[in-house]
Design a protein around this ligand. Structure first.
Ligand code: TRP
Length: 345
């Protein structure tokens, strides 16, 4: 046990990751791992709440893990693991479902949004927030760095933790959500009024983490700007240029104000080219590490196994306390049946 704060975040295993995911996700995770004892969980169990092909789940889990390591999570410093490798998550979800009400879950806006108009709505989509609460509470988490869209789920987690603590005695740390400021939310290069995402918006305006350098350069060259000539950060009047300034800032670490000064009078053409080069320089080493890991699946599996072992050890005491306080009888393994014997012998 240390005095460092416990940090937990879950990363959805979904399709192609973008520069937007880097800015709002990966980049923050790497910064976060320096601030405490951090757990980063690829939440593959959550992925089956909406239809997904088995091959895709497998691919997304491995690529998600590879990208976490490639962008700088350190397997020695942090615990990086797949949710399904630590069975405590599924167990905790079931136990916590007793301390979560139907009414609470029914109010979740994400459930309403995701279930609307679907002809098959899984029970898992409805109970998703309980699984998420378990993810967080199993680790006695202090801080959950997470997107603003998850605020309601974190609030529910806090309510469930308090209710459980009240009913069964102090068991969980009540966690706090930490939401990154608006601002560094990268937009589609072709439609700078909408977020960069692979599921919506012009594909030409979406920079994927695994795009080839020339593809990246081209996307920036053709980025939408405006009819002025001034390189100035003004998201209302100049969404395209403002977005490019923010991207440049993410890629180089230089503040936007300094970039405005540097590119004063430079012209849009040169600026766009430079932003493209800065992004290529940022992504190239990440892509190299990513490809290396994807080519060596055994190494990736090994890293995940190390993470799973650490996560099991960290979550076990909490899960045991949950069972015990709720009144479950402890199983004494092996007593009743003696040594296992192969069938027929
Ligand atoms: N629900 C989160 C999302 O959609 C992912 C997630 C699952 C998560 N479990 C978590 C995030 C626990 C933080 C902590 O982004």
């Amino acid at each position: 046990m240390t005095d460092e704060p416990r940090i937990f975040s879950g990363i959805r295993a979904t399709g192609d990751k973008t520069l937007g995911n880097y800015s709002g996700g990966y980049r923050q995770y790497v910064a976060t791992q320096e601030q405490g004892e951090a757990f980063f969980c690829i939440v593959d169990l959550h992925s089956i709440t909406t239809p997904i092909e088995p091959d895709d789940l497998r691919e997304y889990t491995l690529s998600g893990a590879a990208m976490l390591f490639a962008t700088g999570l350190d397997p020695d410093r942090s615990t990086v693991f797949a949710q399904s490798h630590v069975v405590a998550h599924a167990e905790a979800a079931w136990l916590l479902s007793a301390a979560t009400s139907f009414g609470e879950l029914r109010r979740m806006t994400q459930f309403k949004e995701k279930s609307e108009g679907q002809d098959f709505v899984s029970a898992g989509l409805f109970t998703y927030p309980v699984l998420m609460a378990g993810d967080i509470l199993l680790y006695q988490t202090d801080i959950v760095p997470i997107g603003d869209d998850q605020r309601q789920h974190v609030e529910l987690t806090r309510d469930v933790a308090e209710r459980f603590n009240q009913r069964y005695g102090e068991t969980f740390t009540v966690p706090r959500g930490v939401y990154p400021e608006e601002g560094a939310r990268i937009k589609n290069l072709q439609e700078p009024e909408r977020l960069m995402s692979t599921t919506r918006g012009a594909p030409q305006g979406v920079v994927r983490m695994v795009d080839e350098p020339d593809v990246i350069r081209k996307k920036f060259k053709t980025a939408v700007t405006d009819s002025e000539r001034e390189i100035r950060h003004d998201p209302e009047a100049k969404p395209g240029i403002s977005n490019l300034l923010e991207i440049m800032s993410v890629a180089t670490g230089d503040p936007v104000a300094e970039l405005e000064r540097r590119y004063d009078g430079a012209g849009y053409g040169r600026f766009k080219e430079d932003v493209g080069e800065a992004v290529v320089a940022l992504l190239s080493p990440i892509q190299d590490r990513y490809r290396e890991l994807r080519a060596d699946e055994r190494e990736l599996q090994r890293l995940l196994a190390v993470g799973a072992e650490k996560a099991r050890r960290a979550s076990e005491p909490t899960l045991e306390a949950m069972y015990e306080r709720m009144g479950f009888v402890k199983a004494e393994a092996g007593r009743l049946f003696g040594a296992a014997r192969p069938r027929g012998l």
